[in-house]
Design a protein around this ligand. Structure first.
Ligand code: SF4
Length: 397
């Protein structure tokens, strides 16, 4: 069975297509985002800090910054992407220095705990049959004088999540399971995220119930990945950092036309079609608005003149005033009361029907047993539901 990492699992949740390209098709790309590059160099510098301490060597801040700048130069390559055009390599390098300095000033001389390991690799199973294997790397694992094991994670991101998000974070929760598997006698584990840009820590403890539910959720996710046949693209803000825009149906047209000069861009068949479609759709919206106004005016006219048919030049219009009985919808507040009345009268079967929309959801998300889904699927049929959805681009071209 494959061994999964947290980043692999979360990539599937973020975008199944990207997961497939990376892990099933094994397509490697050598491009790297500047944020990831910066994070790696900061991690390596803090690793050196703690590794040297284990040999009693306390580096000065200047020693660490010199090391950071050295590995920055050694590892820099031309395929690193900086998406924010107003920023340069130098801005990011300086930011890394600032993050290291902040951490150093907060924790120096780094003697409040004993480091058990840095960049510590874990490979463990969530079950006794070895069906659900996971691997991970803990930035730093330490033990305090009170015998509390601390799992440290360095964050160089520009966003500070809330406590609730930290309490739900799966990555360190899974690492906690790895630590408990390796050292079953461990009594207390503290999860700590060091948000360097904010000079702050987020701390979380997991209850046995939270760990059990994380284990179950992770097993379910692995089952889903193992049995997945479709890997649809899922667009999000992460697309800007995706290595596969040329293989993604949501992005490859962008890539194709953005490289064209303006005159060719505007004549590209896809661009022309979308522009025409949007122009027509806008006209249709305007016409529909005008038609609604004329319709209302025709009703007013018919009421005032007490006529049911209005004569035009070539056509006539039959105007009908009617009423329609309506009951509360499925989500209306009064609906449960109405349901109870009908059920109480023993008439439920006469008026209730199978909710086929809910049935589609159940089948698509495999919420029933495979056996039952196979049975109902004998009555299901796939119909084409082609559609076009127009939305605004982030920046006008
Ligand atoms: S560009 Fe976005 S939608 Fe396409 S594969 Fe990458 S992450 Fe998924």
């Amino acid at each position: 069975m494959p061994v999964y990492s947290h980043s692999q699992l979360s990539m599937y949740e973020d975008c199944p297509l990207k997961y497939k390209l990376r892990y099933r098709d094994d397509i490697k790309r050598d491009i790297e985002g500047i944020d990831g590059f910066l994070g790696s160099r900061v991690h390596e510098t803090l690793q050196k800090c703690y590794d040297d301490l284990r040999f009693t060597k306390l580096n000065s801040l200047n020693d660490l910054l010199a090391y950071y700048n050295k590995i920055w130069q050694e590892n820099w390559h031309d395929s690193i992407i900086i998406t924010r055009q107003e920023l340069t390599q130098e801005h990011y390098r300086a930011l890394g220095e600032k993050l290291i300095e902040t951490y150093y000033k907060r924790y120096s001389p780094f003697d409040t705990d004993i480091t058990i390991g840095t960049e510590l690799s874990f490979n463990f199973s969530l079950d006794d049959d070895d069906k659900y294997r996971l691997r991970g790397i803990i930035d730093r694992l330490s033990r305090t004088q009170d015998d509390v094991y601390e799992i440290h994670d360095y964050k160089t991101s520009k966003n500070l999540p809330g406590q609730q998000e930290a309490d739900k974070d799966k990555q360190l929760g899974l690492y906690q399971i790895g630590v408990q598997k390796r050292w079953p006698d461990v009594k207390s584990i503290k999860l700590i995220w060091h948000y360097l840009a904010f000079d702050t820590e987020l701390v979380s403890y997991r209850t046995p119930e939270a760990i059990s539910s994380l284990v179950q959720d992770t097993k379910d996710l692995i089952d889903e990945i193992e049995s997945a046949q479709d890997f649809p693209p899922k667009e999000s803000w992460l697309c800007d950092w995706c290595e596969y825009p040329d293989l993604c149906p949501r992005r490859k047209h962008f890539l194709k036309v953005e490289a064209l000069p303006v005159n060719e861009y505007l004549n590209e068949p896809g661009v022309t079609l979308v522009n025409k479609y949007v122009t027509l759709r806008n006209e249709k919206t305007k016409i529909e608005g005008e038609m609604e106004k004329v319709r209302e005016a025709m009703f007013d006219y018919a009421r005032k003149e007490e006529v049911e048919v209005i004569k035009g030049s070539d056509c006539k219009a039959l105007v009908k005033f009617g009423e329609k009985l309506k009951f509360p919808g499925k989500n209306d507040a009064e609906r449960p009361e109405l349901d109870d009345i009908v059920k109480g009268a023993g008439k439920w079967d006469e008026v209730s029907q199978l909710d086929t929309t809910s049935l589609v959801r159940v089948v698509e998300n495999s919420l029933w047993s495979k056996d039952l889904i196979d049975k109902v699927m004998k009555y299901g049929r796939i119909e084409e539901t082609d559609s076009i959805h127009i939305s605004k681009l982030k920046e006008e071209k």
